[in-house]
Ligand binder design. Structure first.
Ligand code: PRX
Length: 680
């Protein structure tokens, strides 16, 4: 068997806030005024960034209509910019328009500059990067599109990808877009069970995977995981397997080798003309209740928003090398590794490795070698690297860097300062970008803004064009003053937002549109400082953010409660030095338990790994005789959180507790667990 690193790579090469609020920091050169959005130049009142943002929210149709017409290539023009009613969860953009996303990401650039590098695949093995030009990526995408079509994938079908970040994964996403199928990328760290849930919900007939993944020098058995998953997925008729390693893999009659099949296909593939509102992809993410939800993004609005935010938040220019290190299994990988950069004709890095492999200098050695201009990563990695010391950064030349981005969770001031001072040498703007799987792209970030405007450490700060954030109080009234906190909502629709939850529009409207009728509810709390800038405080619901990855406490409790020895459980997030949040589980056991406590802890962790993913495993499992509950039987999570945060003075009003003694039991058990952990 020949591997993806062998023949296909040859094929690639040959054939085709509050805090420090008034501190001024070096801004970097950021494009800011109306001149940077020439479509809008000349409109009344649009003289500076503030005017441009004001115009974009006040004159939504003119703003989005103008940029959509000029930035995207259309088969047929749209007749209506938008038709939305947030209170009903009705969101439609660019009606009547037809286009193809892969044409926008590939053909138009392959035509203008075929030999420009589209992808730099930074493989796990340092120094072995593979470059793919626009022409090559277009050809690979076309071959894949033809292959999918030949195997019966039609417009409206959904293909599941369970792959590491690599050119074949990107080309598979674009091939789906080319033939009008939706893609459903499942993060390759998810377990067979989690993968099966997502395949079944999406009703995919085809799965694309690799024989083995390689990450941080370790091999992951992706094909074997797919084998287990598809046993409970009768919809799957075909599995294509690319070869990432030289190791043989068991194949069944349902499987075929991707690289071998691709050689049979033509390099031209007719793109489907898609309606603006046809589905582009599903991406599953955790909510506060129930099973993960398949958020649906559609064609034109998502692509335009990805393109525009990528261009302006990162001040991306032709010739820049954009390095977003997120995995393609998450929304950041979709929007800022794939769609945003490619729609802009950019060069984007596909990072397959980890920040500490083979050593903690990996990111910065890569920045030096690939001459990365914009680096986009997660606070959890920054916090981890900071602990290894400055020498791992300073060893390497980072003079190519212009902008440093942060995403996925709040970035604490220490990490922000280190990112700015050490990584960026004090020269680069640090942009803390707030957004979600649901929002499709960045909604709040320090840039774009006037080049000399302040950036406050640890604050996302300013709404992007078309975004009108509002804060709500507990009664659902809009908070209009500054220096205030509330539930973060967005007051009007924007093109990049998710349209629905696959097969469950009611859940979509209930989750996002009804809590504050007529507004999009983000699930986050935020603070608006005196100057009017936003700082994200964190989730208001029962969603934990572990290393920037969302996981619902209800999902975890479902798994833990499945254990035959468990009577009930309560899972909460607690502050973790590196991961941002860690998982802490309180577990009530049934009467007869015939296993050792340590074995039970391991068993429960294994259950979570097997049902969801390793990253979701609890760091702590505390067995308690009962949980603190209200008289109506509701678990008082607030109390559990305070105990775990060692803030027993802040327990607050306990008058609704059914039995106050439960609190003492939990506190004692927590101390016991902690002293045991520290002794080990
Ligand atoms: O709580 C917010 C947090 O991550 C959540 C969205 O997670 P997900 O859909 O997985 O997308 C992550 C990548 C966009 C948000 O509801 N979050 C994201 N960015 C930030 C953040 N919290 C604070 N600051 C941020 N910059």
């Amino acid at each position: 068997m020949q591997s993806l690193c062998g023949r296909i790579s040859n094929y690639f090469v040959t054939s085709s806030a509050r805090r420090i609020a008034d501190r001024r920091l070096l801004a970097g050169r950021s494009c800011s005024t109306s001149a940077c959005v020439p479509e809008i130049a000349g409109y009344e009142g649009v003289a500076d960034h503030g005017g441009l943002h004001g115009f974009s929210v006040a004159q939504t149709e003119r703003f989005w209509g103008a940029v959509a017409r000029s930035r995207l290539s259309w088969n047929s023009p749209f007749h209506t910019v938008h038709d939305c009613d947030l209170s009903q969860g009705k969101i439609r953009w660019f009606l009547g328009g037809k286009l193809n996303v892969s044409v926008n990401c590939l053909d138009r650039h392959a035509c203008a500059f075929p030999n420009r590098v589209a992808l730099i695949w930074e493989r796990d093995e340092p120094g072995s990067e593979v470059k793919v030009t626009y022409r090559q990526l277009l050809e690979l995408t076309c071959r894949l599109g033809n292959l999918f079509r030949r195997h019966g994938v039609k417009k409206g079908d959904c293909v599941t990808l369970y792959m590491p970040t690599c050119p074949l994964a990107v080309a598979s996403m674009l091939a789906c877009a080319r033939i009008g199928a939706a893609h459903n990328v499942v993060f390759a760290g998810f377990s067979a069970e989690a993968l099966a849930d997502r395949i079944r919900d999406a009703q995919s007939s085809m799965v694309i995977t690799v024989n083995q993944g390689v990450r941080g020098g370790k091999v992951a058995e992706l094909k074997k995981t797919v084998d287990v998953a598809v046993q409970s997925c009768p919809s799957v008729k075909q599995v294509f397997v690319a070869l990432r390693t030289e190791n043989p893999v068991g194949m069944t009659s349902r499987d075929a080798l991707l690289e071998e099949e691709l050689q049979k296909e033509d390099v031209v593939c007719e793109p489907a003309a898609m309606d603006s509102e046809d589905v582009l992809f599903l991406l599953y993410t955790s909510g506060s209740t129930g099973k993960p939800k398949g958020l649906v993004h559609t064609q034109a609005g998502y692509l335009l928003y990805a393109l525009l935010t990528h261009k302006y938040v990162f001040n991306y220019h032709d010739g820049d090398v954009f390095g977003c290190v997120a995995d393609i299994g998450w929304i950041t990988g979709h929007t800022y590794t794939v769609y945003g950069p490619l729609a802009n004709g950019g060069t984007t890095v596909l990072f397959e490795s980890t920040p500490v492999y083979p050593d903690p200098g990996r990111y910065w050695e890569m920045v030096q070698r690939l001459k990365i201009n914009q680096f986009y990563g997660a606070p959890t990695a920054i916090r981890l690297l900071l602990k290894y010391g400055d020498q791992w950064v300073q060893k390497y030349d980072r003079s190519s860097l212009k902008i440093l981005g942060s995403v996925g969770e709040p970035i604490n001031t220490e990490a922000w300062e280190w990112y700015h001072r050490v990584v960026g040498g004090g020269r680069c703007s640090v942009v803390d970008t707030w957004w979600q799987t649901e929002t499709g792209g960045i909604c709040i970030a320090p840039r774009p803004s006037d080049p000399d405007a302040v950036i406050v450490p640890g604050m996302a700060m300013r709404p992007f064009f078309g975004i009108k954030p509002v804060l709500m109080d507990k009664e659902g009234a809009v908070l209009s003053t500054n220096d205030t906190s509330g539930a973060l909502c967005i007051a009007q629709p924007w093109p990049g937002m998710a349209r629905t939850i696959h097969n469950d529009h009611q859940r979509f409207t209930e989750t996002y549109c009804q809590p504050y009728r007529g507004y999009f509810f983000t699930g986050d709390g935020a603070y608006r400082c005196k100057e009017g800038y936003y700082q994200i405080i964190g989730r208001l619901d029962d969603v934990i953010n572990v290393s920037g990855h969302r996981i619902g406490t209800a999902e975890l409790e479902d798994v833990v409660n499945r254990c035959r020895w468990v009577a009930e459980s309560a899972v909460i997030g607690y502050t973790h030095d590196i991961k941002g949040q860690g998982v802490y589980a309180f577990v009530v056991l049934k009467k007869e338990v015939d296993v050792q406590e340590a074995d039970l802890v391991q068993h429960l962790k294994d259950m979570v790994s097997k049902s969801i993913a390793k990253y979701a495993c609890p760091d702590f499992i505390q067995f308690v005789p009962r949980l603190p509950k209200t008289r109506s039987g509701k678990i008082m999570r607030r109390v559990l959180r305070k105990v775990v945060e060692h803030d027993v003075d802040g327990l607050g009003d306990l008058s609704t507790l059914e039995d106050p003694a439960t609190v003492q039991e939990v506190i004692q058990g927590h101390h016991h667990l902690f002293s045991k952990t520290h002794q080990q």
